[in-house]
Design a binder for this molecule. Sequence first.
Ligand code: URA
Ligand code: CA
Length: 436
Amino acid sequence: MIVTELIEKKRFCGEMTREELQFLIDGVVDGSVQDCQMSAWMMAVCINGMSEREISDLTDIMMHSGDTVDLSDLPGIKVDKHSTGGVGDTTTLVVAPLVAACGGTVAKMSGRGLAHSGGTLDKLESVPGVDIEQPLERFKSIVRNIGVAVIGQSGDLVPADKKMYALRDITGTVQSIPLIASSIMSKKLASGADAIVLDVKTGNGAFMNTLEDSKRLAGEMVRIGKRLGRRTVAIITDMNRPLGMAIGNGLEMKEAIEVLTGKVPKEDPLVEVCLTLGSNMLVLSEKAANIDEARAMLIEALDSGRGFRKLKDMIRALGGDTRFIDEPELLVRVNRLIPFYPIKDGYIGAIDAKKLGIAAALLGAGRFKKEDRVDPAVGILMCRRYGDAVGKSDPIAYLYVNDEERLDEALGLLKEAVVVTDTPPEELPLIYDIIG
Ligand code: URA
Ligand code: CA
């Protein structure tokens, strides 16, 4: 096969055969397909799309481009959750321990943040001592003993995605339903869970901005999961604002601890999304007969503190210093705390979640290049939400700052991100749809 012919085939809207996709992916992994060629082909996919059959084949081939994890020697149904990427979205740190506290088995491999979106691994590492690189046998033994482990993806899992994702990130080819669906699902399928709950974000802080695109992405991922024999549900949730109040790694770990210790009301959007994701995880795991029963179990685990103790057990098993879990203030000690005021009295009428995420990253909470180091303590803590009344003399957020080099840039973005209006805005739905 000739690579240029395969690029031209997609360029002119052709449908790739399985053999052609296999040839391309093999070439990405062994280096015989050049970066510029793969990037050109992926741009053609972005523009011309793929058929369901092509997406399934691509996912399957990517999944088998490296090692796959076998969790079959762990008892019961292993359940995983995955978010398509958002801002102030600390659900995993709440839901994974809560589901384990209700008898679920959560074996999860997470990723790092990139650009505006946060990553669970960076949040875990805000606790000194935590080691997210665990050998597979140790990972399994933590899951067996505690019921939950969240670690980094091992080196050889889906090497094709590592390469493709890095190229997409620098060639404007991230936003594509076939490429996102195959990227996420190849990793989920390779990491061995029997059941998968997907949190598909929609809105200005998500990779998919419109509800229509988010529904198509959710539908594709559910279809791929089921086709390969995994129980899969996708929940479409709002990302036209940060989900929680905290944006930054230690700040989000602290917020997760506050949820698990009952300091956040049940009506809070972060708690609501956690209960929705968690109840679907428990039903897929056959630990609850229906969503209502699952929800009651989760609330009991929350109120009794059993969920909190699971988080602490997991952090200890990963080598973390649990003093930081008992005293989460220790996670967010910074040189300067800078209040941010609205430009006038009124209401928070719109929030650009992506700009908030980038502002936090500029303070050191995120990366712009893979090699960048994050500062676990810095970020943005909102004290007002979308729709709240605000007064000119009351801060709507605090910036947690150590390095001031890009502070002005961050403040500029924050000003653009939060729009103050004279009348309250329309209420936004929190959960749009559940698919599967
Ligand atoms: N997360 C992924 O892992 N891949 C994508 O393509 C988008 C979000
Ligand atoms: Ca290690």
